[in-house]
Design a protein around this ligand. Structure first.
Ligand SMILES: CC(C)(COP(=O)(O)OP(=O)(O)OC[C@H]1O[C@@H](n2cnc3c(N)ncnc32)[C@H](O)[C@@H]1OP(=O)(O)O)[C@@H](O)C(=O)NCCC(=O)NCCS
Length: 234
């Protein structure tokens, strides 16, 4: 990714009032040191607890980029920002200790990172590098619902890999928008039928909370599978 201004992130998509930035997660020691220096003490402590170089890199590069872009949006110095965490670990921003009214979510997979920002708060983004795995149907049987599993069983080769990660990214974006993490079994809900057929955007309701509706967008492209979800009501 070109970063003439020294930034390792750049605008990627604007959808429905949300801005999505792409973060370059390729190894780069100088950039990582710069990113690390932007983190606060709590974040530096978290970085140290990651044992793998890749996990450290993903966290530092995404979190430092997130700090800068949030501070720009909120019109404050990034050193005034801190992050709190919901019951299942979803981060939210604070300025001088007070919750900031802004939605954001982060995802990283291999060399790809995405940051989504929007005025609304319930927002989820997911990116998935399409890494071929041996037992896609087996993994699918754990996380996909009946219609999703049937569709996956009919696909072969590269089509199966694409479908697997397309479904994964859409379901994960929904889980991340909700903020529930692993507390919600992903096989208990399915991607809306039109999206199973290839449509790129649809409304969605979780079966366990059908009063709320969500917008789900498939943002996959050649390099990766990706999706965005946000709450539209109430
Ligand atoms: C965090 C979680 C939501 C996703 O983790 P992951 O697979 O590593 O995914 P991503 O890289 O897309 O997202 C990580 C980022 O999401 C954010 N995040 C953490 N917990 C979150 C939560 N409960 N909700 C939303 N976002 C969360 C963080 O910013 C985190 O990045 P950071 O630690 O660098 O700040 C994970 O806890 C989880 O529960 N995933 C569900 C897995 C699953 O069953 N998927 C099936 C899809 S079919």
């Amino acid at each position: 990714m070109a970063a003439a201004d020294g930034r390792w992130w750049a605008p990627w998509r604007e959808v429905d009032g949300a801005t999505i930035l792409q973060v370059d997660l390729a190894p780069d020691a100088e950039r990582e040191a710069h990113a690390f220096a932007l983190l606060d003490d709590e974040e530096k402590g978290r970085w140290r607890r990651f044992l793998a170089a890749r996990a450290r890199r993903e966290f530092a590069l995404c979190r430092a980029a997130l700090r800068i872009v949030l501070a720009e949006r909120l019109g404050c110095d990034h050193r005034l920002l801190s992050f709190g965490y919901g019951e299942h670990g979803k981060p939210f921003a604070r300025v001088k200790g007070l919750p900031a009214v802004i939605g954001f979510n982060v995802s990283h997979s291999g060399p790809h990172g995405l940051i989504a920002l929007a005025p609304r708060e319930a927002l989820g983004v997911d990116v998935e590098e399409r890494v071929p795995r041996r037992d896609l149907d087996g993994i699918g049987s754990l996380v996909y619902g009946p219609a999703e599993r049937r569709l996956l069983a009919c696909a072969e080769g590269q089509d199966k890999v694409h479908l697997f990660f397309r479904l994964w990214s859409m379901k994960e974006a929904l889980i991340k928008a909700l903020g529930s993490g692993f507390s919600l079994n992903p096989s208990r809900f399915e991607v809306p039928e039109p999206m199973l057929q290839g449509v790129r955007s649809s409304l969605f309701r979780f079966p366990h909370a059908s009063a709320e509706s969500w917008r789900l967008l498939d943002l996959g492209e050649d390099r990766f599978a990706a999706a965005l979800a946000y709450r539209v009501s109430p």
